[in-house]
Design a protein around this ligand. Structure first.
Ligand code: NIG
Ligand code: FE
Length: 430
């Protein structure tokens, strides 16, 4: 069972005595429809890691019979999981961690009845986070990003997609992406950086939005591509942000310079997804108001619909993305926190899993597949991430529960107990 070409002198780690192991094994492709509930549970399991990879995962009694393990047992550090649940490290495929301060004025205004778009139109919203980001240094921003990444790790997350988007000048977007890169160097997990210069039209371009789009396409995207600062370009396609036509220009520029694409779309108003899908986005995110004719289009492709219920929760909305309709129509669906100061200030993927179950009628199994293998697909990392199978990266989250459904059940209660990242113990509670 154990691969014989295991590295010569690595640090081997055996996770033993696992009560439930959720392998998510199977095809490394987006899970759709009923397949989204197939989470590959093994009871009384063990996982052997070496050289940063998973070498074997399966029933413990089978794994312990392996001849390689028998003769090399002394080289292997053992971790007793005490019958807890082990799942793939969670993948937060949509976050905005490069900001300076919480937006407490917006928060109180919303409590008094104002809406998100209304607050943004009155000078709050995304634009109000920009001044502070422009003022902070790369080092100061990087400290903020690292604090958020560490909070995410403690909730079970080992891969994070991190967007810029509160700088909105060439210098400040580059500074934000460099802050992400600097923070990532001090974090055990993997960070995927995304340029979101097209988050909103900055104040100084308010009267000439197309000028700003031109600057994003002709100056910011080429420079970021040349410096290899981002794997993706994102755009906020929405009333009050960028039109469909402007969004397409941004995505076309990304492709011209060899950068992947993704988009915020259908958060408050419906859009026409066909033209956006021409730009082969890895994901379309929010998707609260998808038009019925676009659902079958999505079902035929590999673009993942990333649903962000933390934003609905925090904005106090009673409507949530229609996950059931998307899943039942075979659209690949993932979940993420959308960690940001305006709509979703939470680092917690287990909370998002809980919201998906209680407010979007996803089963706990579907929600876990949507935060592991399908979230890996949303970042096109599925060849290495998102499941616990020999050959994949050894990123594992240990939860202090006896049954995986408890991850969704206990909410606002940190049950992640320990993180293994790249085969190494990366964090443990207490
Ligand atoms: O995903 N929708 C656009 N961007 C964020 C909100 C950012 C903010 O309000 O600062 C989102 O919800
Ligand atoms: Fe977002």
């Amino acid at each position: 069972m154990v691969k014989k070409n295991a590295p010569a002198s690595p640090c081997y780690l055996l996770l033993a005595n696992i009560g439930q192991l959720l392998t998510l094994r199977g095809e490394s492709a987006p899970r759709r429809g009923r397949a989204l509930s197939e989470i590959g549970i093994i009871e009384d399991a063990a996982v052997l890691c070496g050289g940063g990879k998973i070498l074997a995962a399966g029933p413990q009694r089978e794994l312990l019979r392996d001849p390689w393990l028998k003769t090399n047992r002394k080289k292997v550090q053992e971790l007793d999981c005490q019958k807890r649940v082990v799942i793939p490290g969670l993948i937060d495929c949509h976050t905005h961690p490069v900001f300076a301060e919480p937006r407490l004025v917006d928060f109180e205004k919303r409590i008094s009845g104002a809406g998100y778009e209304e607050i943004a139109a009155a000078g709050g919203g995304i634009r109000s986070s920009v001044t502070a980001v422009r003022r902070l240094s790369r080092g100061e921003l990087s400290t903020k990003v690292l604090t958020a990444l560490n909070a995410m790790l403690e909730q079970g997350t080992s891969v994070v997609e991190a967007k810029s988007g509160y700088g909105l000048t060439l210098e400040d977007e580059v500074k934000s992406l460099e802050a992400i890169r600097d923070a990532a160097r001090h974090w055990p997990g993997e960070v995927v950086a995304t340029l979101l210069a097209a988050h909103v039209v900055p104040q100084e371009y308010a009267k000439k939005p197309n000028e700003y789009v031109r600057m994003v396409c002709d100056e910011i995207i080429p420079l970021v591509a040349r410096k290899k600062l981002a794997q993706y370009v994102d755009v906020f396609c929405e009333r009050g942000a960028f039109t469909q036509e402007q969004s397409e220009r941004v995505l076309a520029a990304a492709r011209k310079y060899g950068v992947g694409t993704r988009a915020h779309v259908c958060q408050f108003t419906a859009a026409n997804l066909g033209p956006l899908l021409q730009h082969q986005p890895a994901s379309l995110d929010h998707m609260d108001c998808v038009q019925p004719e676009d659902i079958s289009l999505l079902a035929r492709g590999d673009t993942v619909a990333v649903l962000l219920p933390g934003a609905n929760y925090f904005l106090g909305h009673s409507n949530y993305p229609d996950a059931r309709r998307l899943i039942d129509a075979s659209v690949p669906v993932a979940l993420a926190t959308d960690y940001n100061p305006g709509t979703s200030p939470t680092p917690s993927m287990p909370f998002v899993i809980s919201l998906a179950c209680t407010h979007m009628k996803m089963s706990p199994a579907e929600a876990i597949a949507a935060t592991t293998i399908n979230a890996a697909c949303a970042l096109r990392l599925q060849a290495r991430k998102g499941s616990i199978e020999a050959g994949k990266d050894a990123d594992l989250a240990v939860f202090d529960v006896n049954d995986y459904r408890e991850i969704a059940y206990w909410f606002a209660w940190d049950r992640c107990d320990r993180m293994i990242v790249a085969g190494q113990p990366a964090w443990s509670r207490g």
